[in-house]
Design a protein around this ligand. Structure first.
Ligand code: TRP
Length: 448
């Protein structure tokens, strides 16, 4: 079985691809608006705590299960334990991956619209006329948003048809470093803005009076979402790792780079939010209203806008490819479908649900469940509930059920692992991560 599966070619390819999956709209679109909605500094601090305390051990758990079995999430649970019940974590992961793919594609579609507008000069004109707010609302409510969602999913499908190595690895290798450099240039630009200090204060000075259960749940959900964690993406990816890939090091590198990109996005957005008098708690549209103003005042702005939205579109694509891969691996390996068929099925489902999400900014905006539109409901359910729950189960499974020898041999790879490090990771998987996730959930129920 091992031999028949594709494998990532190089060590850099492994990092670029896992980081490519992690870095996406989650960092650049979702992080700033979540941080904005939950008061800034304290959110950032708690978010970083969750990333390293819970995120890194759970990434290790996914890696161990993925490479240890060389299966998709569903097969990995079955291979490591005879009970059928654990495999339900896999079903939840597959459901969550489809929900996320659906609303994510809507936002990826927005980046394509903005790219098109930047290319035609409409975006700059709207910024000059101070019409960004209305322009976004009108666009998101209209049929173009649905059109872009569908186009994006079609492009995603075309890349997936081409298989693991050809499409994904090559694209990520080249593009992630370029995105990184551009973000740094934008940071420098934002730091020269008149209200830069206020923006940085908002992002970095924690105000602990803002801590409440909704913030804790938000920060935990954001940590899982941003790391692509909890539904088997990294498990599926690591099933393509070679035996010599160092798992702990890859986990720490992925988490650190991903967090760095989120912080860079914060440094870009918040100085501009305060300089242009925007509302930090504007929600999902925050970044799309703020960025065009930034580009408008930069020398060579339209070119930067084109470059940025193009790269954001590609970053979204590496992320949606990773999400789809879970479902496709499941359809292929568990249900025996051909890769083509599996990709098609995944795309058709996501197109249907994605259309509903897109319309929830327009025709369906009045349709809400517990006060959430379809878009927000899909996001809340998958990011804030299913991913942390999946992470908790994966962590308990790896910590308590998987044979210690498998943990040791996987974490050591072809090298060695020190006993204290192995003990620390096992301790986190057994106690720290599950307990922390449980406490956050309980706080949401107002039990504590
Ligand atoms: N982490 C990606 C981002 O930040 C999104 C993503 C890709 C994801 N694959 C995932 C989120 C799997 C949850 C689960 O944009």
């Amino acid at each position: 079985m091992t031999d028949q599966r594709a494998q990532f070619g190089t060590r850099l390819g492994v990092i670029a691809t896992t980081v490519g999956s992690a870095v996406g709209l989650g960092n650049i679109w979702r992080f700033p608006y979540e941080a904005g909605a939950h008061g800034g500094g304290a959110f950032l601090l708690i978010y970083i705590g969750f990333i390293f305390l819970i995120g890194v051990p759970v990434i290790c758990a996914e890696f161990i299960m993925g490479r240890g079995t060389r299966r998709n999430i569903f097969g990995a649970f079955r291979a490591l334990h005879s009970s059928r019940y654990w495999a339900w974590t896999g079903y939840m992961g597959i459901l969550a991956s489809i929900l996320i793919l659906s609303f994510y594609s809507v936002v990826a579609g927005w980046t394509m619209e903005y790219l098109a507008e930047a290319l035609t000069g409409t975006l700059d004109a709207a910024s000059a006329g101070g019409e960004l707010h209305d322009a976004f609302d009108n666009f998101a409510a209209g049929p173009r948003s649905v059109m872009w969602t569908l186009i994006f999913l079609a492009i995603n499908a075309v890349i997936l048809f081409r298989g693991v190595r050809g499409g994904i690895e090559r694209a990520s290798n080249v593009l992630m470093p370029v995105l990184f450099i551009i973000l740094i240039i934008f940071c420098i630009n934002s730091l020269t803005m008149p209200e830069a200090a206020e923006g940085l204060r908002f992002l970095f000075r924690p105000d602990f009076t803002k801590v409440d259960s909704s913030m804790l749940i938000g920060a935990l959900g954001q940590a899982f979402f941003s790391l692509s964690l909890g539904l088997g993406t990294l498990m599926t990816y690591s099933s393509y790792f070679s035996d010599s890939t160092p798992l702990v090091k890859s986990a720490v590198t992925t988490a650190s780079l991903d967090t760095l990109v989120a912080i860079l996005a914060g440094i870009i957005i918040f100085p501009a939010v305060f300089t242009y008098g925007c509302e930090p708690a504007a929600g999902p549209k925050l970044v799309f209203e703020v960025l065009p103003s930034i580009f408008h005042q930069m020398p060579g702005g339209p070119i930067w806008a084109i470059l940025f939205f193009f790269l954001l579109f590609l970053a979204s694509l590496t992320s949606t490819i990773s999400m789809s891969e879970i479902c496709i691996a499941f359809f292929c390996e568990q249900l025996g479908m051909s890769r083509r068929r599996a990709t098609l099925l995944n795309t058709v489902i996501a197109m249907s649900l994605g259309t509903l999400c897109a319309l929830s900014f327009g025709a369906f905006s009045g349709f809400t469940v517990c006060g959430l539109t379809i878009f927000n409901l899909f996001d809340y359910l998958s990011s804030n509930i299913m991913l942390p729950l999946g992470g908790m189960l994966i962590s308990i499974f790896a910590g308590w059920i998987v044979d210690r020898r498998i943990l040791r041999s996987q974490l050591a790879g072809t090298g060695r692992i020190s006993t204290p490090l192995l003990r620390t990771i096992t301790f986190c998987l057994r106690y720290v991560a599950p307990a922390a996730i449980l406490l956050v959930f309980l706080s949401g129920l107002d039990i504590i």
